[in-house]
Design a protein around this ligand. Structure first.
Ligand code: URA
Length: 433
């Protein structure tokens, strides 16, 4: 078999067979297929798509490219959550300690920023000394003793995804149902979880901009879960504006702490509770959504969710004092307000552009080897439905270097201002089981 022939086959819209997909994944994982050929194949998949059986085979081959963690020594149903990626989407950070405080076992394997979206691992690394690279033994002990751990996939878990994920980020091949579905499900199933809650984003800040496509992605993810005996529930959630007000690594950690104190933005708090409630149901801790929410709300109110976050930070070598004093998180050298040029109501936001603007001032990567600046980012002051006057700040940039005019314009132009108050977007669009 030759990779060049398989690239041509997919380029021409043909269906790859199981041995062909296995050949590609094995060859790319062991290095015998180079990045340039894999890049061409990824673009062919992006453009021509894959059938459901091809996607199932791709996910299985990526899953089988490494070891599957055995978490059977941890009693009970292990449950995890994964988002398809959005802007200001820090949900995993308050969610993991919250469900752990409620008694769930949550082995969370997370990712880094991808395209215009941020990554949970990059955000956590803004906490001084927080280490996302833990041994499997430490990961298991942490989940067993304190209910959760948030780590990067070890080199042995779905190594094919590790390599392909980094390559997609720099080859404009992220927004593809087969590639997103196989990426998420291979690493989540390999991480040994027994059940999974999926947050599938839809809207102009999501990889799936169109709702029908987001639904197809949700159905694909849930189907792969079923094929591998991992029950999944997918929530289609709104990404037509960033979640919360913070975009940027340390800024989103601060906002996550606010959520755990019961003082977070309404949308971040609500989505954390919705996804957390489903996790408690899948874990057998609550029988229905109302009971699950009550448990979670009580864990925020009595401070145990916040305490669980401190414990998570301690377990992973970080400085837990940031929870009580968030000024210990990396701070930007300067700020710059972006002010409104017209009055009215914010009626739409170009969420994707806000994510890119944050990336350009250092909050994300344009190339694989780029370093992320934890302190920089954007704080929004206005979201859809808010009234704005001329000269009032729409957003503040947090900077460690002067912001190029192009970025300032990009942020300003991300807000549409209209005379009439708009209809507010629904946070949860649909649930796929
Ligand atoms: N999250 C992942 O893990 N993979 C993707 O491809 C997109 C979001």
């Amino acid at each position: 078999m030759r990779m060049v022939d398989l690239i041509a086959k997919k380029r021409d819209g043909q269906i790859l067979t199981t041995p062909e997909i296995q050949f590609i994944i094995d060859g790319y994982t062991d290095g015998s297929i180079p990045d340039y050929q894999m890049s061409a194949l990824l673009m062919a998949i992006y453009l021509k798509g894959m059938t459901d059986p091809e996607i199932a085979t791709l996910a299985k081959s990526m899953l089988d490219s490494g070891e599957k963690l055995d978490l059977s020594m941890i009693p009970g149903i292990k449950v995890d959550k994964h988002s398809t990626g959005g802007v200001g989407d820090e949900i995993s950070i308050p969610l993991a300690p919250l469900v752990a405080a409620a008694g769930a076992k949550n082995p969370m394997i997370s990712g880094r920023g991808l395209g215009h979206t941020g990554g949970t691992l990059d955000k956590l690394e803004s906490i001084p000394n927080f280490n996302v690279d833990q041994t499997t033994e430490h990961f298991i002990d942490e989940v067993q003793e304190h209910g959760t751990a948030i780590v990067s996939a070890s080199k042995d878990v779905a190594p094919a995804d590790r390599k392909i994920y980094a390559l997609r980020d720099v080859t404009s091949t992220v927004e593809s149902i087969p590639l997103i579905a196989s990426s998420i499900m291979s690493k989540k199933i390999a991480s040994g979880t027994n059940a999974l809650v999926l947050d599938v984003k839809t809207g102009n800040g999501a990889f799936m901009k169109n709702e029908a496509q987001a639904k197809k992605l949700a159905e694909t993810l849930v189907a792969i879960g079923k094929q591998n005996d991992v029950p999944c529930v997918a929530f289609l959630t709104d990404m037509n504006q960033p979640l919360g007000y913070a975009i940027g690594n340390a800024l989103e950690i601060k906002e996550s702490i606010d959520v755990l104190k019961g003082e977070g933005p309404e949308d971040v708090t609500e989505l954390t509770l919705v996804l957390g409630a489903e996790m408690l149901i899948l874990a057998g801790i609550a029988k229905d959504t109302a009971t699950a929410r009550e448990i979670l709300e009580a864990k925020i109110a009595d401070g145990s969710a916040l305490q669980a976050f401190k414990q998570l930070i301690i377990d992973q070598g970080g400085d837990p004092s940031v929870v009580d004093d968030p000024t210990k998180l990396p701070q930007a050298l300067s700020t710059l307000d972006i002010t409104a040029k017209e009055a009215g109501y914010v009626s739409a936001m170009q969420t994707n552009e806000l994510g890119l603007a944050s990336m350009k001032i250092g909050g994300g990567r344009a190339k694989k080897e780029d370093l992320v600046d934890p302190a920089v980012g954007i704080m929004l002051h206005k979201k859809i439905g808010d009234k704005i006057a001329v000269g009032e700040p729409l957003a503040t940039l947090y900077l460690n270097a002067p912001a190029p005019q192009e970025v300032q314009d990009q942020v300003l132009n991300s807000f549409t201002i209209s005379a009439e108050a708009p209809e507010l977007p629904e946070l949860i669009h649909e649930i796929v089981r």
